[in-house]
Design a protein around this ligand. Structure first.
Ligand code: NAD
Ligand code: UDP
Length: 334
């Protein structure tokens, strides 16, 4: 029988790409999203790409009854939980909003799931839970520490899930720690659409290339790295989407609470990323060097070997594909 998956935040960046893959894998999907950082046109686009329209509920995870209603109405088997706020800077200015949305919202979801005996969950965590103290490659066993309310909201939820699993081992929980998601669906129909001036490197680069922003400020050229600029583990959003499918299959086969890094295991500097983008798109990206950004680490990349050993998943797309796909989305749709 077809499995039904409720995807909170399924109209957002990573959620929408995952929904496409779930539908392509023959699953039934219910998107549950309040559209605070997305738009319902994404649902039409998901249908255009996959040939199937997911169910869509415009709902808020702060409303437990609404979650209960959807879980019941669609006889949901498992939940992938993307819904949340994700800006580090905003979380520093509005910590209560972040804790309410990310922590209280998740508690509501877990309560609703428990009441209906839906105990399979994939949770969007982040490499930010590793803080600044670890030397890459970072394995899942690295100590966790956080420096801002956004990161703390992810760490708190990870700890809540650990307590929940200890109290009731019937739960099947996969915690996925993403490194740096970039790129877009190769159709160019869905991708990342940050509001205002982007904070992250890839959307900023794409907006410079299209002429919406004048130049990229590269934060720091005096790091102890190959060219002095910061190094990160960029992962194509389609690889990430496939990681969620692998996680769902894994917890079905091997019920547990397990945390996995989703990264490529390859570090790329800011200048290497700019160069790859220029080569993949034929567009110039003007840049200037600026001071280091507060709170940034010099280097961060994953040890993704556990996800391969346990779930058989590994990232396969190149940096050039990430750039070409991000550009197709930026230049044809946005
Ligand atoms: P996104 O903002 O594009 O998607 C999140 C979606 O959740 C949006 O569609 C938004 O409307 C919805 N949402 C937010 N609050 C909600 C609420 N209270 N009720 C219902 N829906 C709500 O973000 P994304 O980049 O797709 O991130 C998805 C998840 O992955 C988030 O939990 C984020 O913290 C995590 N994550 C993202 C990154 C990244 O760099 N993009 C890295 C690590 C972890
Ligand atoms: N970065 C930059 N200019 C920008 C945005 C980011 O030089 O306008 C650098 C940043 O210092 C880091 C890398 O690009 O070294 C990735 O930054 P991003 O914010 O995308 O991810 P994070 O730092 O959260 O891993």
């Amino acid at each position: 029988m077809k499995k039904t998956i409720l995807v909170t935040g399924g109209a957002g960046y990573i959620g929408s790409h995952t929904v496409v893959r779930l539908l392509e894998a023959g699953m039934k999907v219910v998107v549950f999203d309040n559209l605070c950082n997305s738009s319902s046109t994404t649902i039409e686009r998901i249908e255009r790409i996959s040939g199937t329209r997911p169910e869509f509920v415009e709902g808020d995870i702060l409303n437990e009854d609404a979650i209960l209603h959807s879980l019941q109405k669609f006889s949901v088997d498992a939940v992938i939980h993307f819904a949340g706020l994700k800006s580090v800077g905003e979380s520093v200015s509005n910590p209560l909003t972040y804790y309410k949305n990310n922590v209280v919202g998740t508690l509501n979801l877990l309560n609703a799931m428990r009441q209906l005996n839906v105990k399979t969950l994939v949770f969007s965590s982040s490499a930010t839970v590793y803080g600044t103290g670890s030397t890459p490659p970072i394995a899942e066993t690295a100590p966790r520490s956080v420096t801002n309310p956004y990161g703390r909201s992810k760490l708190i939820v990870e700890e809540i899930l650990e307590d929940l699993y200890r109290a009731d081992p019937d739960w099947k929980i996969s915690v996925l720690r993403y490194f740096n998601p970039v790129g877009a669906h190769p159709s160019g129909l869905i991708g990342e659409d940050p509001r205002g001036i982007p904070n992250n490197l890839m959307p900023y680069v794409a907006q410079v290339a299209i002429g919406r922003l004048q130049f990229l400020s590269i934060y720091g050229n005096d790091y102890p790295t190959i060219d002095g600029t910061g190094i990160r583990d960029y992962i194509h959003v389609m690889d990430l989407a496939e990681g969620h499918l692998a996680a769902l299959n894994y917890i079905d086969r091997k019920p547990a609470l397990a945390a996995f890094n989703l990264g490529t295991g390859r570090g790329v500097s800011v200048l290497q990323m700019v160069d790859a983008f220029e080569r993949a798109t034929g567009k110039r990206v003007k840049y200037e060097f600026a001071n280091r950004r507060k709170g940034d680490v010099a280097t961060s990349w994953a040890d993704p070997s556990l996800a391969f050993q346990e779930m058989g998943w590994k990232a396969s797309r190149s940096v050039e594909e990430m750039c070409a796909d991000a550009w197709r989305w930026q230049s044809t749709t946005l």
